[in-house]
Design a binder for this molecule. Structure first.
Ligand code: AHM
Ligand code: MG
Length: 324
């Protein structure tokens, strides 16, 4: 079986990018080991702190953020980073050529119930004329990402990675090495499975309500087939299921906090997941345009997210277009 570095070398990935991905993986392995110890280290539960987005942080949100941040700060390659758990971008090496955005522990409401969580990351180039590091430097559309991926801390610890030439999956062995276990993953174009938090139904816009209503009608409805539903409340687990067997994931805008365009964040959730999904032949949209074409205005910008099997996402878009 090919090791991560061997595989990336075969694909002629640059040495710098290989070094950065390996560095990120060294941080993720540390996060994995913390998660495995859980209560043995007394690190479950709330940190009783709030992040910049007003969300209560778990102890492990803070620990994972510190691990990834301190690891990346050691690298000569990293100019700076933007994290879900940091108010502003954090500078690293003033000469570094890459910017990294990350959600250190996505799906963290699942930590205390021992359900899968993950680290999501996106790698961007530092702009040529950038002096030092600032938040504006990160405001690049998702279609400029150099690489993106996530590490899923589940029954196996997996790296799901794209460097812009398809999506590949690596499994962490007991020897601390990631091995290539699935090459060139493709999302089926059609599906009979959807993922959405149904408890928000009354807050959705009409097109999403109509679309989901029609799915629920099954064989008797306009879609003419029966749909299954899953909701883990952990985007990494959800996207991983879709990469594995197809499906559509939706976290649409809703009227609970009408001034926000959605719950999920563009720079370290929407964009990297969209790159993975599109590289695997799927589609990802905010219901208006493809997510990776959005010009970001702030590092913690929110977005509606509809992603997954291409034909199903097309159908969701049809419901929106008909309503316009
Ligand atoms: P987090 O980054 O604070 O964990 O929030 C993001 C998570 C996603 O992983 C998941 O899709 C969503 O929030 C679940 O939200 P909800 O609890 O509203 O269903
Ligand atoms: Mg998250």
């Amino acid at each position: 079986m090919l090791r991560l570095t061997q595989f990336l070398k075969q694909k002629e990935t640059s040495n710098d990018l290989i070094e950065l991905i390996n560095l990120l993986m060294s941080a993720c392995k540390e996060v994995d080991s913390k998660l495995q110890n859980g209560d043995l280290e007394g690190i479950l539960g709330s940190a009783e702190l709030e992040n910049v987005q007003g969300e209560v942080q778990k102890k492990l949100d803070v620990i994972a953020n510190d691990i990834v941040k301190l690891t990346l700060q050691q690298s000569k390659l990293v100019r700076g980073m933007a994290s879900e758990e940091e108010d502003h971008s954090v500078a690293a090496n003033p000469e570094g050529k890459y910017l990294v955005t990350f959600d250190p522990l996505d799906g963290s409401s699942n930590i205390d119930v021992n359900v899968s969580v993950g680290t999501i990351f996106s790698i961007l180039r530092a702009p040529e004329d950038l002096v030092g590091c600032n938040d504006e430097a990160f405001l690049q559309a998702g279609n400029t990402q150099v690489a993106a991926g996530y590490v899923l801390y589940g029954p196996s610890c997996l790296l799901v990675l794209t460097t812009g030439e398809g999506v590949n999956i690596f499994t962490l062995g007991h020897n601390g090495e990631f091995y290539l276990t699935r090459e060139n993953v493709r999302i089926p174009d059609t599906t009979q499975e959807f993922a959405i938090n149904m408890s928000n139904q009354r807050f959705w816009e009409q097109p999403i309500r109509d679309y989901v209503d029609d799915l629920l009608l099954g064989e008797e409805g306009p879609r003419g087939k029966r749909y299954n539903m899953r909701w883990v409340a952990s985007m990494v687990a959800e996207v991983h299921r879709i990469l594995t067997r197809g499906g559509v994931f939706m976290y649409p805008w809703d009227s609970r906090e009408p001034h926000k365009p959605g719950k999920l964040r563009l720079m370290y959730e929407g964009n990297p997941m969209s790159m993975l999904v599109e590289q695997a032949g799927g589609r990802s949209t905010n219901t208006k345009i493809e997510i990776m074409n959005v010009d970001p205005e702030s590092i913690h910008e929110r977005t509606a997210v509809i992603l997954g099997s291409r034909e199903e996402v097309d159908t969701v878009m049809d419901y929106h277009q008909k309503a316009r």
